[in-house]
Ligand binder design. Sequence first.
Ligand code: SAM
Length: 207
Amino acid sequence: MDHTDNVISIEKYRKAAAHYDASAEYTMPLRQRTINLLQLRPGQCVLDVGSGTGLSYELLLKGVGEQGKLLAFEQSPEMFEQAEQRKQRAEWHHVWHTCAAGETVQLPQLADAVLFNYVHDVSRTPEAIANIMRQVRPGARVAMAGMKFFPWWTGPLNILAWMKNRPYNAKASDLWAPWDIVQTYCDSFRMETTQFGMGYVANGIRR
Ligand SMILES: C[S@@+](CC[C@H](N)C(=O)[O-])C[C@H]1O[C@@H](n2cnc3c(N)ncnc32)[C@H](O)[C@@H]1O
């Protein structure tokens, strides 16, 4: 296993963690839209992949209710520390989360739904997706959102997309179809572009 991209990503988030929540505030409507695609039901167990500072936790917990469970993992110690503080402040006892990489994380139970919200480096790593999908129940709803390249004919606009991605992602130039590894594990997969072509939301059902 080549850990180079994990090391690069951890280093990027060591710098980005302090201002991450402030910079991600404008993402909340799209985050909610992506979470809605999971059609969460009370009592379900939902997985938040690369959960960062835990910005999706409250919205996911609303979906699964008091009887449900949230599982999450995040490899950056600085991002995870903020998620842990968020969990403690809110006294969420039905959140299980760990500081671990997608390639190796072991969850305590199978997930009934899984969110990939702006986790490009995870989505582009076949080993991580294989490990995660092994721990997601067949029939589970899968939802993802992230950045992508504009259509090829827009040319230089993609330099902008790459530059926006670079501070956050080790695999910043791999933006043509960032959903396609996850798609291979799903049936009924749909992708829609957002942000005038620079973003996407997608969803499917774990095969
Ligand atoms: C743009 S942030 C998104 C965080 C969160 N999903 C959100 O919506 O706010 C991307 C996150 O993916 C994490 N990440 C990148 N590669 C990872 C990997 N291989 N395993 C686990 N987490 C990873 C980063 O550390 C970072 O916190």
